[in-house]
Design a protein around this ligand. Structure first.
Ligand SMILES: [Zn+2]
Length: 344
């Protein structure tokens, strides 16, 4: 029985840092354990050029306490400046690019409505060996909210992959067994998995014609069978899946018990501990490191961190809220017990 483990310092390949005071609070949590984080570009004014990306990176670095590196993808939209896009990738100002289908999630109204309009950018990404990060949901009136991932894979991702076979793709926050299988069966594609998609099912979100807004995220959590496949993919025999929390804070006032609520789950205050809990439940605590600290760096051809962190088997209760200045955000897993804790 392991009572403590030491692992290579993790990276979180999917975080929403937001802006202003929220950014300061979130950075504090995400930089407490991670060496690198992908800072998603769906800010209120999306990050669509290299100047915005440089400024955003500086803001996050300034707010972080430790030696910490934010990686900022370029937000894809129909009319980017092609030269700026290429140079931003070459100079590593951009960490690849992020595809948000229009209206799939928070601040995605400027996203991509028709994938053929972004082929010119995908060509550049492929040429520059830069990754495409995807929010893989197809949004349409006739597509059920629980089927969006499958429709995106069948109707859009297949086209992207056949047109750009060398393009490196990450299907972010994989939420279905269908998505897991697709990643396993194909080349040049990997996936991030959040803690909440391995802990919740749709019953934890939708009940009595209401929703629990603190469990409401995009893509929405799915069925028990999906949860089981996601756990297997992360915890066992894994080389294609890695840590990406999709930690996505909203002020508590923006969380409402119906579909008008802003989607997003804030897990940064307990993220690595929750993953440890899940891996322990799966009798796979020794596989945590490859998921949290190795697979992502390998897929992205980045160095593996040389520092370590230590986790101990110690019970603690996740606090209800994270607060900073005027900001109050409900923590995921609040008032629940976790059996693992990071120690210095
Ligand atoms: Zn996200």
């Amino acid at each position: 029985m392991n009572n403590h483990i030491e692992i290579t310092q993790p990276d979180d390949w999917h975080v929403h840092f937001r802006e202003g005071d929220m950014l300061e609070m979130v950075t504090n949590f995400s930089s407490r354990i991670n060496k690198r984080c992908v800072a998603m570009p769906n800010t209120q004014i999306p990050i669509t050029d290299s100047n915005k990306a440089s400024i955003y990176k500086e803001q996050i670095i300034k707010a972080s306490k430790n030696d910490f590196e934010p990686l900022v993808p370029c937000y894809l939209k129909d009319n980017l400046d092609l030269d700026d896009f290429r140079i931003g990738l070459q100079k590593k100002i951009f960490f690849g690019s992020k595809l948000y289908p229009t209206n799939a999630t928070t601040n995605s109204k400027h996203g991509v409505s028709d994938i053929s309009k972004i082929f010119k950018y995908l060509e550049i990404l492929e040429e520059e060996n830069s990754p495409l990060l995807i929010h893989g949901e197809k949004v349409a009136d006739n597509i059920d909210i629980f089927d969006r991932e499958k429709f995106f894979i069948d109707d859009e991702l297949n086209i992207i992959r056949s047109k750009f076979p060398l393009l490196k793709i990450v299907l972010e926050h994989v939420s279905t067994s269908y998505g897991v299988k697709y990643i396993k069966d194909n080349t040049n594609i990997a996936g991030t998995i959040t803690p909440h998609h391995m802990l919740l099912t749709k019953k934890d979100v939708f009940f009595d014609q209401k929703i629990n807004p603190h469990h409401f995220c995009m893509p929405v959590v799915k069925n028990e069978t999906d949860l089981i496949e996601l756990r297997k993919a992360a915890c066992h025999d894994n080389s294609k899946f890695f840590l990406g929390t999709d930690s996505a804070p909203h002020h508590i006032d923006e969380k409402k018990p119906d579909m008008s609520s802003k989607p997003g789950i804030f897990s940064a205050p307990c993220s690595i501990e929750l993953y440890a809990e899940i891996f322990d439940q799966e009798n796979a605590i020794n596989n945590l490191e490859i998921f949290s600290s190795i697979n992502g760096a390998r897929f992205y051809n980045l160095p593996i961190n040389n520092s370590k962190i230590k986790l101990e088997k110690t019970e603690w209760i996740v606090p209800e809220l994270s607060s900073y200045k005027d900001i109050k955000v409900k923590n995921f897993y609040s008032n629940k017990k976790i059996n693992w804790k990071v120690v210095n």
